[in-house]
Design a binder for this molecule. Sequence first.
Ligand SMILES: [Zn+2]
Length: 440
Amino acid sequence: MKAVIIAGGKGTRLGLSDIPKPMVPVCGKPLLEHQLLLLKTHGITEVIFLTGYLSEKIEDYFQDGAAWGMQLSYIKEEKALGTGGAVLQLLGKIDERFLVLYGDVVMDFDITSFIGFDAQEDSVASLIVHPNDHPYDSDLVERDQDRITRFISKPHPDGLLYENLVNAAVYIFSPRIFDYIPQGVASDFGKDVFPKVISDGGLLRAYLNAEYIKDLGTPDRLSKVEKDLSSGKIARWNLKNKRPAIFLDRDGVINEEVDNLSDITKFKLLPGVSSAIKKINQSDFLAIVITNQPAVAKGFLTVSELEDIHKLLQTELGKERAFVNHIYYCPHHPDSGFEGEVKALKTNCNCRKPQTGMIDQAVAQYNIDLKSSYFIGDTTTDMRTAENAGIPGILVETGYAGEDGKYDARAHLKVENLEAAIECILTQSKKENDHIENAV
Ligand SMILES: [Zn+2]
């Protein structure tokens, strides 16, 4: 597969005046060079730069790419027509699917895995989407499973409830994308091109992602990125490397326990939860919600109403710059006999806790290092789930506080609330890392 890098940006906000933004040095190397090295690791050696502002700075540095063992070429845009216009210059020059990166984004991701996802279906485009810590002013996507159904550009409509899924600006395009880019006028993928694909019934697929992909906006962010790069965090978050997770039960841990919560107006985050989850986000741990929602099988609420509650959860966390990487829920229930129940969901599944089906799914999807992971819950069902998964279970004294009496399951630790649980985990994990560093 060939890669295309959009590299026409100015670096005004970074205070750059003599080089284009993608040439900004990050730990001593231009950002674009980091991208090329990543591409090469995944066997991509043919790269086309779409340049504009100070194009010669890029061409002088990389030339034909021979020094990197790559074949590089350049298309300089004379008149800036947005990201759409830049890509449209490839019309007639490329006749197979191609990867598109933005030259001002810091990234380390498993490109091979993304290409594998893209190959599953013949879409117009595959897009990497991820939660971030400022969803309220980001361009969001809505989806039905993998299929993207809507783009919500900033500024958002008032009172919007959203899933925290942001367009990460990493794409694989079919050449059919050119049909949707207007000729001769400026266009933007998120605002113009993708919405047109959707309204024409074209398929755009969302690839959910927890790897390090961050726009390099301001000097502040640059120094943070350099810190993350030199500490190895950016590489550690690559899907090829196993990452630990903190699995979180939902009701009674994140939000107030309400028996069979089905009314969205009764959803309320517990105090201190956002800042606690934010601490997970800043660590190497993934934050993964694992929740039984038998109320769906019982007919108390629909899947769509449940997903609205999950949007509210993510919107509320998002306001405080916190996010969960994924919410897995079990909609099933084994016992029949409720009026209005959904027969198809009345089944003995393997996802209902204390079974580990949802954890297994998360482990496979995010390449989780189970032996360094934890489960935080408020019930004996949660503690039994942790036992079944072979990981420490931490019981919190919110919600049922372990008084549900369902299983004879012991907690590894019992603490006041989510905040205290996360504090314990992060302190413990820091100690272990220090220990490993000292041993080396
Ligand atoms: Zn289930």
